[in-house]
Ligand binder design. Structure first.
Ligand SMILES: NC(=O)c1ccc[n+]([C@@H]2O[C@H](COP(=O)([O-])OP(=O)(O)OC[C@H]3O[C@@H](n4cnc5c(N)ncnc54)[C@H](OP(=O)(O)O)[C@@H]3O)[C@@H](O)[C@H]2O)c1
Length: 249
């Protein structure tokens, strides 16, 4: 709802493309000031910010590789320095490095863990300090349907995304007394660059497993994230919200 997040400051990691982009735009539409983090995609991140400002909102782009702990600490400091606080943290940045276990390298394991899970340890720790002081906060962490179901060829990704669920539930318990909620969103197959890399045949096979019979849209995930960020979700914490067209129940 428009105006619902007036006065709130949000950070979306990996806000330059896909689900993060749709989330940044949705939060801004609801009134939040939005920090759009990116790593490689400076142009697309600036486009997201200009779309926000053209629509009358407020935001800025922030470069940082979330796999680099020092860069992440500097990112949170830069956001708080520019906008005065951080109320809503959406840990969205993520990568895949798929391989069957027998061929998976330690580098592929580490790259996925550092980007998809270790990054959240650092963003959450840094963001929680201010949220605790303000006695209000929303943390929304992107996991995946495969964290619930398992998936062959993705041992690194699935293990990291399952870790995201454990981290979210533990932080939910630790910080509930300060009115800080922590939830995870588990998308199914969503139409972004990650999925575009999958062959057409495999995509057709994947769609057959989805009761709603189609791939999801980034905006449909962004809506669920925006709901969890709002006051309407004040009594929801420690949950995993699936947005997957029914493909895993
Ligand atoms: N799409 C799906 O079907 C699906 C399903 C389940 C879960 N998810 C999860 O949802 C999240 C978003 O996925 P998506 O499909 O929207 O991905 P995407 O279209 O590939 O976009 C990934 C985003 O993450 C950013 N990013 C990647 N590595 C980064 C790093 N080291 N530091 C900072 N930003 C980084 C990218 O920014 P740059 O281009 O600037 O690097 C980009 O904005 C991920 O956590 C993913 O695992 C997606």
């Amino acid at each position: 709802m428009a105006g619902e997040l007036d006065g709130r400051v949000a950070l979306v990691t990996g806000g330059s493309r896909g689900i993060g982009r749709a989330t940044a735009l949705r939060l801004a539409e609801m009134g939040a000031t939005v920090a759009v983090n990116y790593n490689a995609s400076a142009g697309p991140a600036e486009e997201v910010v200009s779309q926000i400002t053209v629509a009358g909102g407020n935001g800025a782009a922030f470069a940082a590789d979330v796999a680099d702990p020092k860069a992440v600490e500097a990112l949170i400091a830069a956001v708080v320095g520019k906008f005065g606080k951080l109320d809503i943290l959406v840990n969205n940045a993520g990568i895949v490095r798929d391989n069957i276990m027998m061929r998976m390298s330690l580098d592929e394991w580490d790259a996925v863990f550092n980007t998809n899970l270790r990054s959240m340890f650092i963003t959450c720790q840094a963001a929680l300090r201010g949220m605790m002081r303000n006695r209000w906060g929303r943390i929304i962490n992107l996991t995946s349907v495969v964290a619930l179901s398992g998936n062959s060829g993705q041992a690194n990704y699935v293990a990291a995304k399952a870790g995201v669920i454990g981290l979210s539930k533990s932080l939910a318990r630790e910080y509930a007394s300060r009115s800080i909620t922590v939830n995870a969103i588990a998308p199914g197959y969503i139409d972004t660059d990650i999925v575009a890399a999958i062959s057409e045949n495999l995509q057709t096979e994947m769609i057959k497993q989805i009761p709603l019979g189609r791939i999801g849209k980034p905006e449909e995930v962004a809506d669920a994230i925006a709901f969890l960020a709002s006051e309407r979700a004040a009594y929801i914490t420690g949950q995993v919200l699936s947005v997957n067209g029914g493909m895993y129940m």
